[in-house]
Ligand binder design. Structure first.
Ligand code: DC
Length: 219
């Protein structure tokens, strides 16, 4: 079974997929983490967004793995645990344009499909229900007001010790929304048959209960 959860940055996808994977025994796959690994590797190689061909060449040297340890998702890049580094402000700033580079997308989508092979998964991203798994049994589009999303992400960053200001977070989310919605391949949009959930005025538990109900109905 594939449960696709798409939506903009800060809409609660990560929090909700983690809860549901634990409640319902689904493997939780965060597809944004794969693009974040490419962004981190590019920064470490001293590349900028102007070095498109070099970024494309770099992806063949990357071994990206997502593992689950004690209920936490761990992301490994060439064997190194980069779970924290991929959330830095530097990575967050360039990840959306990096994910727009078509060969990067094609390679990451191939990897994401392979990661899900033979498993019951809940997969979060932007294009899971539209492009990665258009035949997913359940499609959910999670949304929330942009100021609420920025507030949540700012709080989360503070808890994780990631340096940023609220204004920076809001500005980054607005830019990513714009870029993610206008991609040539895999643009952020509501998939056909997707159920839209607006979490602006809902608690985490309320959203999780609703998602659980939707999946149970589909089963
Ligand atoms: O979910 P996230 O914030 O970690 O994602 C980081 C970026 O990766 C996001 O701005 C757009 C891109 N992304 C994508 O293009 N397609 C996906 N399925 C997931 C993420």
């Amino acid at each position: 079974m594939i449960v696709a959860v798409d939506g903009p940055a800060g809409s609660g996808k990560g929090t909700i997929t983690k809860i549901i994977s634990q409640r319902m025994g689904l493997v939780n796959l965060d597809t944004g983490a794969t693009y974040r690994c490419v962004a981190l590797a590019s920064l470490r190689a001293g590349l900028t967004l102007n070095d498109e061909q070099k970024i494309i060449d770099l992806i063949d040297t990357l071994d990206i793995k997502i593992e689950h340890q004690d209920g936490e998702i761990k992301v490994f890049l060439n064997g190194e645990d980069v779970s924290k580094e991929i959330r830095s402000s530097e990575v967050t700033k360039i990840v959306s344009p990096i994910s727009s580079i078509i060969p990067v997308r094609l390679k990451m989508v191939e990897l994401q499909r392979k990661m899900a092979e033979g498993k019951d998964v809940i997969m979060e991203g932007r294009d899971i229900g539209t492009y990665v798994f258009p035949n997913a049994e359940v499609k959910i589009y999670l949304d929330a007001d942009v100021n609420e999303r920025a507030k949540r992400r700012y709080k989360e960053n503070q808890e994780k010790g990631i340096e940023c200001t609220y204004e920076d977070v809001l500005d980054n989310i607005k830019k990513r929304d714009e870029n993610d919605k206008n991609k040539e391949i895999g643009a952020l949009k509501v998939a056909e048959n997707a159920i839209i959930l607006d979490s602006t005025n809902l608690t985490i538990d309320e959203v999780a209960d609703e998602v659980e109900k939707i999946i149970k109905n589909a089963k």
